[in-house]
Design a protein around this ligand. Structure first.
Ligand code: PLP
Length: 354
């Protein structure tokens, strides 16, 4: 059943008259452009970029099998997260719900926008607490964040359960699929046509190896996308990013090869990590990283830092006690890590055992 999205949008946003740029008012080609107070020298970078990102939108839509009107492109998917708070949540009044533990930017964006984020802990080996999530939603809840595969727990969730929540709840359900290209599960992007309160976030920062150019996107019903287009900064994507992205999108074969390499290395690293005596658990992963529970996590972390190997210490996070998050690297990088951990075992584990 379609939801009344209009009812969820903040009043001031519904009334917003978006900024009209020079490029909005004239979009033809081969004109003498004296309308945007640009410098006439230093082409092509003297010109403002296309605020509608028409060409890139066409290309990404084709890649994802969606309609361009279902697509918002941003300066990383972090931009989309912030925009969703600004569009739907009245500061100091509305709230959002998320699973816990999860990606830290939902909390930061909530705090910046003065929105209470209610966290519902995962249950039984990092599964969704469906009843808990439903109970946490009240009349002022506008957004529900589910990251799948989830950072930092590395598992993904049953899509049917997420669809069930979107069907049942009168909130915007945001599914963050930053790691979907590494997952055994299918994206929920195909559900957006039927569920107008579902927003799927994806990014080029992970499988596409483009974190440095900042490019992420949201797939949702046109009514949501149109508000995202109105609230974003007019030129949120720069020309260099768009040009580079359009070239990179032709590299699908290379990206598939990277994904294959990373998945192969993930299995190999998982197997090897399980052999160390100080490793208590390697959680099953559906992403490009492993959550690894170790004895004395701070000591392992500091030892690796000394060896100039940086992993993420997640041991202070609830439900991830004792855990380090390790990104899967190249064969060489993973070997370096394995060697360092082997040395750690010899120096600190075996010597204590004898
Ligand atoms: C779950 C999740 N979503 C989004 C992002 C950020 O994506 P982007 O680089 O597109 O802003 C990250 C980055 O680590 C992430 O883990």
């Amino acid at each position: 059943m379609k939801k009344d999205i209009d009812k969820l949008i903040r009043g001031n946003i519904k009334k917003l008259v978006p900024y009209s740029s020079a490029r909005d008012e004239y979009s033809g080609t081969d004109a003498t452009l004296l309308d945007a107070n640009e410098n006439p020298y230093n082409a092509p970078y003297n010109r403002y970029p296309d605020p509608h990102q028409t060409l890139l939108k066409q290309q990404i839509s084709k890649l994802k099998g969606i309609d361009p009107v279902q697509l918002f492109i941003g300066n990383g998917s972090d931009e989309a997260i912030d925009l969703l708070f600004r569009i739907f949540c009245e500061p100091g009044k509305d709230n959002a719900v998320s699973i816990d533990p999860t990606y830290g930017m939902y909390q930061v964006a909530a705090d910046i926008n003065d929105v209470d984020l209610k966290k519902v802990p995962l249950i039984n080996d990092f599964e969704l607490d469906i009843n808990g999530l439903q109970d946490a939603c009240d009349d002022h809840t506008k957004l529900l964040f589910i990251c799948s595969p989830n950072n930092p727990t590395s598992n993904s969730f049953d899509p049917e359960k997420i669809i069930g929540l979107a069907e049942k709840l009168n909130v915007i359900v945001v599914v963050d699929e930053a790691y979907i290209d590494f997952s055994r599960r299918e994206s929920l992007k195909s559900q957006v046509a039927a569920l107008n309160n579902l927003v799927v976030l994806q990014t080029f920062s992970k499988a596409w190896g483009l974190a440095g150019i900042r490019l992420g996107f949201a797939i949702a019903a046109p009514e949501i996308i149109s508000f995202m287009g109105k609230v974003k900064y007019p030129y949120n994507l720069n020309m260099l990013t768009m040009d580079f992205a359009m070239k990179s999108l032709e590299n699908q074969d290379k990206v598939n090869q990277w994904i294959e390499n990373i998945l192969k290395e993930r299995s190999s690293l998982e197997r090897k990590l399980k052999r160390y005596r100080f490793v208590e658990k390697v959680y099953p992963s559906d992403a490009n990283f492993l959550l690894v529970k170790v004895r004395k996590p701070k000591k392992v972390y500091n030892y690796l830092i000394e060896k100039k190997i940086v992993v993420r210490d997640r041991s202070n996070i609830e439900l991830c006690e004792g855990s380090l998050r390790i990104t899967v690297g190249t064969i060489l990088e993973n070997k370096k890590l394995e060697k360092a951990l082997m040395q750690y075992q010899r120096d600190f584990v075996e010597s204590c055992e004898v």
